[in-house]
Design a binder for this molecule. Structure first.
Ligand code: NAP
Length: 465
């Protein structure tokens, strides 16, 4: 069975092109304003029923959706790979993680949302977490299933409904998501996919039937959506970009650090918000790290994302390939050295090789912009204090990693990095148990964990005299 299909187009369309082959995959017709009106009416009436549905029933349906997803992993993974180019292996992992997360919230949301007694002068007082309504989710293409599920599983379990505006280049994934919830038995309107343009988004946010908006994507999109939310006094959560540091400290175990550095940079073909993008190494370990990191990056199997041996597939689009090429060329023109890689591969598909740049000036594009592809910037600094200061000297603050065996060095980074998430001796990751989100231009609000479940609730205090 294949989930790849094509609808007839009328007016604007949403088209997927396979980044590995540059071939057409699927096309979906845009929704008109009348379609949107219809969908919002459904979402609103679904919320009125869903908010009163016992949480045990919500959990039952969430588990059904997880089971369905698990039973279809290879088919769904092929859809992800064909639309945005991640390796089939990574895509299968993404689908399995979604199912795991749905099960996690089916099991844990009730305890996280339980009423809490708070001692006051009253006879009875406390807090309850009430759902707020329909939440608009504006989502990116890089983890087409996970980005939505990580916000939807907790938010739907809390009694809200979701309206999804997905990235326009992954329309098959967008349609699959709505169908998954419908096929699992969720009432119509609990999860709705809309194929809408940027222009329609502010009007959807303004609609009184939309309670809040969450966006995962670039800071440019975040500013636009947050502006519309602010105008209409709607709650917003922004999960934006980053240029995460990967600090190699004096006490790093280099045998363990090198493979983690490669994975941290190349995961998802280099297109992850929490990929490590700046490798900051203390001088005494610099030569060893750079030599071994360059060799490991140069040896990475690159090619067809459907091949199980492939570690690095294509970037998502021709425009993303051109952007990366221009960022790297600008750095080289300003004095940086490409120790491996440095220019697109001459072959069909949007392939950029694993690249390591040293001597990158901070005023070059690669030294000051997010690199959304397989390009690592290595910076050498005197000591750990200088590494933390360099790591913090950016507009972003999403994640950060420290590689050290000395726990004092680990603790210094955990305390000193101005980011939302610090991982030691590990690749920065999202997981259902821990809150996910950033500081500064990486956005605000949290997904996942107890904070994520409560993010779209009315934290209602009550007091009985
Ligand atoms: P993007 O261009 O900002 O797109 C993300 C979503 O926003 C898409 O659905 C896009 O729709 C929509 N959008 C863009 N501009 C908009 C506007 N003016 N009004 C309304 N909607 C708008 O980002 P991307 O290139 O897909 O993703 C890469 C960026 O996302 C990187 O910066 C990455 O770091 C960040 N990211 C962050 C996280 C996180 O959790 N913090 C996770 C993943 C990615 P169209 O597709 O129709 O343009």
């Amino acid at each position: 069975m294949s989930l790849l299909f094509c609808w007839q187009t009328r007016g604007m369309s949403f088209t997927a092109i396979n980044p590995a082959t540059e071939e057409f995959v699927a096309e979906f017709e845009a929704h008109s304003d009348a379609d949107v009106e219809h969908a919002l009416a459904h979402a609103h009436s679904a919320f009125e029923a869903w908010r009163g549905t016992p949480i045990s029933e919500r959990a039952h349906l969430m588990i059904r959706a997880a089971e369905l997803l698990e039973s279809e992993i290879p088919v769904v993974a092929e859809l992800l790979t064909s639309e945005m180019g991640k390796t089939f292996t990574a895509a299968k992992g993404e689908v399995a993680k979604c199912a795991f997360t749905m099960r996690y919230y089916a099991e844990h949301a009730e305890a996280m949302l339980r009423d809490e007694d708070v001692a006051t002068s009253g006879s009875r007082s406390g807090i309850r977490y009430d759902p707020i309504g329909a939440v608009l989710a504006v989502m990116p293409w890089n983890y087409p299933l996970w980005q939505f599920i990580r916000v939807a599983a907790p938010t739907v379990m809390a009694g809200n409904v979701m309206v999804l505006k997905h990235a326009s280049n992954v329309p098959g994934c967008a349609k699959f998501i709505e169908d998954l919830f419908t096929r699992s038995g969720f009432p119509k309107g609990v999860v709705t996919t809309l194929f809408v343009s940027h222009d329609q988004v502010p009007r959807i946010i303004a609609d009184p039937r939309i309670a809040a908006v969450t966006l995962t994507g670039s800071d440019r999109a975040g500013r636009s959506v947050a502006e519309a939310a602010g105008q209409h006094l709607k709650k917003s959560v922004l999960e934006l970009g980053g240029s995460d540091p990967f600090i190699v400290a004096s006490s790093a175990d280099m045998d363990a650090t090198i493979p983690l550095a490669v994975t941290a940079r190349l995961q998802n073909n280099g297109q992850s918000c929490i990929a490590s993008k700046r490798f900051i190494v203390v001088r005494e370990r610099a030569e060893e790290f750079i030599d071994r990191f360059v060799s490991a990056m140069a040896a990475v199997p690159t090619g067809d994302p459907m091949d199980p041996a492939t570690v690095l597939g294509p970037v998502v689009s021709r425009s993303q390939l051109d952007e990366l090429t221009s960022q790297v060329a600008d750095a080289i023109a300003k004095g940086a050295v490409a120790r491996t890689g440095g220019a697109p591969l001459e072959r069909r598909g949007y392939y950029f090789p694993a690249t390591v740049l040293t001597g990158v000036p901070t005023d070059s594009r690669a030294g000051s912009e997010e690199l959304f592809g397989p390009v690592a910037v290595v910076e050498v600094v005197d000591d750990l204090d200088a590494a933390i200061a360099f790591a913090n000297a950016t507009p972003w603050g999403l994640g950060g990693a420290i590689h050290a065996t000395d726990q004092k060095e680990v603790d210094a980074a955990i305390a000193g990095l101005d980011v939302g998430m610090v991982f030691a001796n590990s690749v920065v990751a999202s997981m259902p148990e821990l809150p996910f989100g950033g500081t500064k231009d990486s956005g605000f609000g949290r997904e996942l964990g107890e904070f994520g479940v409560r993010e779209f609730t009315n934290v209602k205090s009550y007091y009985v005299a």
